[in-house]
Design a protein around this ligand. Structure first.
Ligand code: CP
Ligand code: NVA
Length: 334
């Protein structure tokens, strides 16, 4: 029988290139990010002008959520449909994942029926175990340790607002030497920013309360800090001084709810306010991956103020993830 074009073979062909996964920011190099930013800009432009871009027709994305989500679900689901594909949505509660089917077995089965998988889960080791048993690309939609799709969107948003050339094209070299300040918890977002600074060569400052620092053993990349740098500050206002971007996140991430009260006390001085924004460059931007708690990690006048680009940041999740899925499945497109 003639093989059906583009159908998944029952066994991987001999000599097939290894499947690429996106489990952490350090999985791609600067050149790949430059391609993805440029491709996402094209894909976004087509979306905005109602021009079809259906490069993943007949492909299926499996989305597995072991934690809640609004943006990640909507952006991946809408994005895959726009690319001409379809989506299967699974949660721990409505699948055998919640009834202790081994993750390795789940990966083997799900990756025989779908073309690409996005997972939001707890430990990074879980997504690594899934990927090790998957025949198709696996994307990290947030783990306790990393949130690479979010930083991909954040950097694209920074370039859109501040890093374009005279013809409006993105200039990824803009990032060289720029300063990003992280205020708050040394969490999955902070770890990912550290990897991004190392990969793309910008300066990262991190200010956290004592006891909530970034675990450099988790975040460190095999290539060290590259052309980028990483510095910690106990004073968040000092960390924001002359920054190009100030960014923060919730004080209590999903999975850490039991620590909520202790965290509210410890983080009281790490609320991004107009003082911190005034210390940054006059044209500095503010970002937050959302969901946000006004009056906790950020004051309302900052997140709802003129320097905030949080709505563009949220929307851009969809555009960059479309470029990402296309890249993992088809490689570079001319
Ligand atoms: N920023 C983000 O990942 O949002 P969700 O938790 O709503 O997916
Ligand atoms: N650090 C947060 C990000 C939510 C998108 C969390 O892990 O809950």
């Amino acid at each position: 029988m003639k093989p059906v074009p583009n159908a998944l073979p029952s066994t991987l062909p001999q000599g097939a290139p290894p499947v690429r996964h996106y489990l952490q920011f350090a999985d791609f190099n600067a050149d790949e990010y430059h391609y993805l930013f440029t491709r996402a800009a094209l894909i976004k432009k087509k979306f905005k002008t109602f021009t079809k871009h259906q490069t993943l027709e007949d492909r299926t994305l499996a989305m597995i959520f072991e934690k809640a989500s609004t943006r990640t679900r909507v952006s991946f689901e809408a994005g895959m449909y726009q690319l001409g594909g379809s989506v299967v949505h699974l949660t721990t509660g409505d699948s055998q994942l919640g009834r202790a089917e081994p993750i390795e077995d789940s990966a083997k089965v799900i990756s025989r029926m779908t073309d690409i998988v996005m997972i939001r889960t707890f430990e990074q080791t879980k997504i690594e175990r899934f990927a090790a048993n998957s025949r198709v690309p696996v994307i990290n939609g947030l783990t306790n340790e990393f949130h690479p799709c979010q930083i991909l969107a954040d950097l694209f948003t920074l370039l859109e607002h501040r890093g374009t050339d005279a013809s409006g094209n993105l200039n990824p070299d803009y990032l060289q030497g720029k300063t990003v300040t992280w205020v708050g918890d040394g969490n999955n977002m902070a770890n990912t920013w550290l990897q991004a600074a190392a990969t793309l060569g910008f300066h990262l400052r991190v200010s956290t309360p004592s006891g909530y620092e970034v675990d450099e053993k988790v975040a460190v990349t095999p290539r060290g800090m590259g052309a980028g740098s990483y510095k910690t500050y106990s004073n968040p206002v000092e960390a924001c001084t002359n920054a190009d971007l100030v960014t923060t996140d919730v004080w209590t991430s999903m999975g850490y709810e039991a620590e909520n009260e202790a965290r509210r006390k410890a983080f009281a001085a790490w609320c991004v306010d107009s003082n911190m924004m005034a210390a940054a460059k006059p044209d500095a931007l503010f970002m937050h991956c959302l969901p946000a708690h006004r009056g906790e990690e950020v004051q309302a006048d900052v997140i709802d103020g003129p320097q905030s680009v949080v709505w563009d940041e949220a929307e851009n999740r969809m555009h960059v993830q479309k470029a990402l899925m296309e890249y993992l499945l088809l490689g570079r497109q001319a």
